[in-house]
Design a protein around this ligand. Structure first.
Ligand code: CA
Ligand code: CA
Ligand code: CA
Length: 599
């Protein structure tokens, strides 16, 4: 039916202006597609809650769930009472069709308004989007060709061998003076650009490793269709290892310090990876990079211990790398990355992403918690304050404290009685976060935990996904499936039940980003963007408007999103945004049979 909408649009484009009005009012508007019905455009689990949000006062009061040709009606209900939306003068009404369980392909029809994107109702309904979100990392691998067998229509030559990168003057040391040539291949491109950043890699790899730690049997069954599929290691770990092995090259073997980033001096043009030949630099070591590195290497050591046969020695070498980075940080506890200061002192100036965290107290506690969980040594648990907050912060690249709480909780049995106080504190703080997320959702127009004004930051989609992870963790602690239902509500948000009407994942949904700020998608000559990427999402900061990226349809917190290539502030993709989508979508796949249960 999108085809008929498109036909109408084409007609309108070719008609004289005088006829436009007539053409714009089809004979039977009630039966046309409408963007005013907001729902998960991928679909629903049979036993789970099923909700759509109808924007505006038109149509109703009944609604119907029908086959996509509108011929058969499977379910009829009544729209809920009108509610003022959170940030605009729109009213919204809920359509709850949770009582429909029959698998099939459907649309939701509101008489007098129109019908929704088509969606599926079936078990494993998020399997493809969950897999695609993981495969997106494969597409962003540096230093390796992407053949058709694995990359499909998005096949491309290798880019950025990174076998001759230079030590930037900001990173010079006695053993490695400025200009020293080193090899640092592999890893993922961070986002829409082609640079590689340790700080952002930390939370990203940790989130993928956490999916494996929390759901090992499920994760072992995920076939990502990557070159390592079919080997002895689960694909989610293979993909994480692609970046982890690169991260290991970012540690200075002489002192254990970790370079903040591997980067071109300035962002390259919107060209394919293989066409960009700018010199690449290793830039200044930082405390945040060392601690994030220490945390994720300590976690990797635990995980890789089970694959000693397939990956001999790697569990030991990652733990050694972790403890050396920790020791460097103890000697250099507050070396922040300040790009302006770097550029004042050194050349060439660096203009790429900063990841310039001003507060590393949370990086300290995350690294301490991971090293404690892996080694059992009390010195790590007592090295720094682990619990300075009253509620666990929702994780982001610059706020990683809660990642350590998740680790303490998932290893509570192994840590035993001596960690009882730490485990209790972590549990209290994580549940406090989850309960605050649940409490907000009930009153919100879209009934999602996502939705406070402060949630709509740069990369708001990752806020929603990381909130979802917090709710999954709360379920794991309590067995209360209400937390899972709220986690699923945030996945519904990401896939279309939101104030923009977009599913924010490329290639998955009826209305998805077509022009993400992602160099390969822009330059590859393929019409569809690389699939499986999560767009940043609404961001009223709109920092790209200064660079001439106008065209935002709204400046409201939950609608400040534009599907435009120029919109790095709302439509870029990033590894640290996709990783929580990978976790959330796969965790809900793993737990789908529990979602609809009573406690
Ligand atoms: Ca594998
Ligand atoms: Ca921080
Ligand atoms: Ca393209």
């Amino acid at each position: 039916m999108k085809a008929s909408t498109m036909t109408l649009r084409l007609l309108r484009a070719s008609l004289p202006a005088a006829l436009l009005l007539a053409a714009a009012v089809p004979a039977a508007p009630a039966q046309g597609w409408t963007g005013s019905i907001r729902l998960n455009q991928v679909g629903f689990y049979p036993g789970a809650p099923k909700t759509a949000v109808v924007v505006g006062g038109r149509g109703g009061p009944a609604f119907h769930v029908t086959t996509p040709d509108l011929a058969d009606t499977l379910f009829t209900g009544r729209l809920g009472a009108p509610q003022l939306s959170d940030y605009s003068s729109d009213t919204t009404r809920l359509a709850d069709f949770s009582a429909l369980h029959a698998p099939g392909s459907y649309v939701l029809l509101v008489p007098g308004l129109g019908y929704s994107h088509p969606f599926e109702l079936r078990p494993r309904v998020h399997q493809e989007v969950a897999r695609a979100a993981l495969r997106a990392f494969y597409h962003n691998r540096a230093s390796t060709p992407q053949p058709v067998a694995y990359a499909g229509a998005w096949a491309r030559p290798a880019g950025h061998p990174d076998d001759t990168v230079r030590v930037h003057p900001s990173a010079a040391s006695a053993q490695r003076p400025a200009g020293t040539v080193l090899s640092s291949p592999g890893g993922w491109y961070d986002a829409g650009d082609y640079n590689k950043y340790v700080v952002n890699s930390g939370i990203t790899v940790a989130t993928l490793l956490s999916l494996y730690e929390d759901f090992p049997e499920y994760a072992a069954g995920v076939d990502a269709g990557i070159p390592e599929s079919g080997n002895a290691v689960p694909d989610v770990l293979d993909e994480a290892l692609w970046n982890l092995r690169w991260m290991l090259t970012m540690q200075d073997s002489h002192d254990g310090g970790v370079y903040h980033k591997l980067t071109e001096a300035q962002f390259s043009a919107m060209a394919m990876p293989s066409e960009v030949r700018a010199r690449r630099w290793l830039v200044q070591k930082s405390t945040a990079a060392a601690l994030d590195f220490a945390a994720v290497m300590a976690q990797a050591s635990r995980v890789l211990r089970r694959y000693e046969h397939a990956l001999p020695g790697l569990a030991d070498s990652t733990l050694t790398a972790a403890t050396r980075a920790w020791a460097w940080a103890r000697r250099n506890p507050a070396v922040l990355y300040d790009q302006n200061a770097v550029n004042e002192r050194f050349d060439p100036d660096v203009g790429t992403g900063t990841y310039g965290d001003r507060n590393v107290s949370d990086e300290w506690s995350w690294a301490a918690a991971e090293l404690y969980a892996t080694t059992g040594q009390d010195t790590f648990a007592t090295a720094v304050p682990l619990f300075p907050d009253s509620v666990a912060p929702v994780p982001s690249w610059s706020q990683v404290r809660t990642l350590g709480y998740y680790t303490l909780l998932r290893h509570r049995d192994r840590l035993g009685a001596r960690a009882a106080a730490e485990v209790r504190a972590a549990e209290r703080l994580v549940l406090a976060r989850a309960d605050s997320l649940v409490a907000g959702a009930k009153a919100r127009a879209y009934r999602t935990p996502m939705g406070l004004r402060r949630d709509y930051v740069w990369g708001s989609s990752a806020v929603a996904a990381n909130q979802g992870i917090a709710l999954v963790q709360a379920y794991r602690l309590t067995g209360d499936p209400a937390y899972l239902r709220h986690a699923l509500a945030n996945l519904d948000y990401l896939l279309g039940r939101n104030a923009t009407g977009y599913s924010f994942v490329t290639g998955h949904g009826g209305r998805t980003p077509q022009h993400p700020h992602h160099r390969p998608s822009a330059a590859d000559g393929v019409e569809a963007p690389v699939p499986g990427w999560l767009a940043g999402g609404p961001n009223p900061g709109m920092q790209d408007r200064r660079d001439g990226c106008t065209g935002y349809p709204s400046t409201l917190p939950d609608q400040a999103y534009v599907d435009a290539l120029c919109s790095f502030a709302s439509n870029e993709v990033a590894i640290n945004w996709n990783a929580p989508l990978v976790y959330l979508a796969n965790a809900l796949e793993a737990l789908q049979s529990r979602i609809g249960r009573a406690k």
